[in-house]
Write a protein that binds this ligand. Structure first.
Ligand code: MG
Length: 370
């Protein structure tokens, strides 16, 4: 099988409610996603998506995905999408770094390889495990009443696991954390995610004042060095999210006993191929994973749920469905939120199908013939 064409769409995804992080960082109302379709000489098509969470969350931006796909297209065309590691090495050789631009192409290769094998993606990633995948929410920063208004909306959608944004003024954060924690019902779970927002001293102050809550605190500081300073001085469980990009980062996280939980986001690490390796390292090390992506439609979310579905509990912790807070999802099939849980589809491939009529005109088409 040979990849003969790559078609690229830019997709505008408005949010149902605006989103912002503490201190006015990353305020936005829509996402800019890139969907790719790979055509093959055997008639099978594969779909992939790359959607950064705005431009300021990570070293990634939406137009960069499309520029990266343009750069990689001549390398990927002509290759056999079932030889996924061969395709990945070719992309690495052609363009080191830029993991988020590789992720949609890699995802489409996995979709094709699974369709060619006649298996759902989760069975290509280790095999479907028992049970459903737990979902968690992403609750934007705000006052306690704004946070609780958002939590009430997502409770109505069945969610019982919330990631609440902190990482601003530590005194205000301590009050917010205590107040929100007190509002949790039996069976509800809560993580506080600082999204790199605290200096080490601020993180130590906020965490030591709330250690009795025993909640996981995610990405307290800007980088792993600062995280490790904090780690030595606090007692509650920690998560690393934005600071995990490569396998070498993961080895350092394990060696330094940096955390109990990681955020494994497909786009950030370079797609399913690298995420699968990280998943296996974490499984060996006993580190729980939130397996998800940085944004996008239900195509991107379904791919992430497949990896989670192929990862046993309790090592898989939760998954986030970005599209549940969008007003537009031009994709048929794929995962849905059922009372705060999701199950990977049974059909061959990812099992989520972008509606080409709804996507509109492609922004680029690359073909083997040129
Ligand atoms: Mg996070």
């Amino acid at each position: 099988m040979k990849i003969t064409g790559i078609t690229v769409w830019a997709v505008d995804l408005p949010m149902a409610r605006p989103y912002s992080l503490t201190g006015g960082r990353f305020h936005f109302e829509r996402l800019d996603s890139t969907i790719v379709r790979l055509d093959t000489d055997e008639g099978l098509v594969g779909w992939g998506e790359g959607c950064p969470w705005g431009s300021t969350y990570l070293p990634a931006f939406a137009r960069g995905v499309r520029a990266g796909v343009e750069e990689l297209a001549p390398v990927v065309l002509g290759l056999d999408p079932r030889r996924i590691e061969v395709v990945y090495r070719a992309m690495e050789r052609a363009m080191p770094g830029h993991p988020y631009a590789k992720s949609p192409l890699d995802m489409a290769c996995w979709d094709l390889a699974s369709k060619a094998a006649g298996l759902p993606l989760c069975d290509m990633l280790g095999g479907r495990t028992e049970g459903r995948v737990r979902l968690h929410t992403s609750v934007p920063s705000g006052s306690v009443s704004e946070i609780m208004t958002e939590i009430d909306i997502v409770r109505e959608q069945g969610y019982s696991f919330h990631s609440v944004k902190v990482g601003g003024d530590p005194t205000g954060d301590i009050e917010r954390m205590r107040a929100v924690d007190a509002e949790m019902a039996r069976g509800e779970e809560l993580t506080f995610d600082a999204n790199r927002g605290w200096l080490p001293a601020e993180a130590v102050a906020a965490l030591n004042a709330t250690s009795d809550l025993r909640r996981v605190i995610e990405q307290p500081c800007n980088d792993l060095d600062q995280h490790l300073q904090v780690r030595r001085l606090v007692s509650q469980p920690l998560a690393v999210d934005e600071s995990l990009h490569t396998l070498r980062d993961m080895l350092r996280i394990i060696e330094t006993d940096a955390c109990e939980v990681i955020g494994l986001k497909l786009c950030r690490v370079g797609g399913l191929t690298v995420a699968r390796r990280l998943r296996d390292l974490c499984t060996e090390a006993g580190i729980q994973m939130n397996i998800e992506d940085t944004g996008g439609t239900s195509l991107q979310a379904t791919a992430a749920v497949h990896l989670a579905q192929a990862t046993p509990e309790p090592i898989r912790r939760a998954t986030w469905l970005c599209f549940d807070r969008l007003t537009r999802n031009p994709v048929e099939g794929g995962v849905v939120n059922v009372g705060g849980w999701a199950t990977a589809p049974d059909e061959p491939g990812i099992g989520a199908h972008p509606d080409e009529a709804a996507l509109g005109e492609p922004v680029a088409v690359y073909t083997l013939e040129g």
